[in-house]
Ligand binder design. Structure first.
Ligand SMILES: [Zn+2]
Ligand SMILES: [Zn+2]
Length: 172
């Protein structure tokens, strides 16, 4: 997600739109299928670089009930503050550590504009924390672990061990 646009963008009020079509950046701790695509507009505001646009990605997530991997399409619209700071610069975030949200995201790798840190943060921020493989997922049997989407197990629902009942409800 590197673009040779630093010179053009370094002028105040300069505005550039770039296409994104690349594998998800490292460090999201989420598995994605295919490329992240979208469009990002960068605008030099003087003290910072405003970035807005949209991204599309397909996350592969574990079902919150049955633990099967399934694909979740993500489409996100965003508006973020970025800065001409080096992505690898250890101090890039220090002034925001106490102010949490208002962190300007660094977008430079050497002399090149690199949007991977911006995209990484957006994907992490917008990935669903909880996801079902399908709305009526039956989950797994709390006693034998059978995936109940594939059919009933032999445990029988009537005589669930009372000690496991709370767990069973949690899985619903
Ligand atoms: Zn499921
Ligand atoms: Zn069972």
């Amino acid at each position: 997600m590197r673009y040779d646009i630093r010179d053009q963008l370094s002028r105040r009020d300069a505005e550039i739109t770039v296409e994104i079509d690349a594998p998800a950046p490292m460090g999201t701790e989420i598995e994605f299928r295919g490329n992240v695509t979208g469009e990002v507009t960068l605008h030099n505001m003087g003290d910072e670089i405003a970035a807005w646009g949209h991204l599309n990605a397909t996350a592969r997530l574990e079902c919150s009930r049955c633990l099967e991997m399934h694909e979740v399409p993500m489409r996100l619209d965003f508006s973020e503050a970025c800065s001409f700071a080096q992505i690898d610069e250890p101090l890039a975030y220090t002034h925001v550590a106490d102010e949490d949200e208002s962190a300007a995201i660094p977008i430079l790798d050497g002399e090149t504009v690199d949007l991977s840190e911006l995209v990484r943060q957006l994907l992490v921020l917008h990935a669903p924390q909880r996801s079902l493989c399908r709305p009526d997922c039956n989950g797994i049997c709390p006693q034998c672990g059978t995936n109940l989407n594939n059919g009933a197990c032999d445990c029988g629902n009537e005589d669930v061990d009372p000690r496991l009942a709370p767990l069973r409800n949690l899985l619903k």
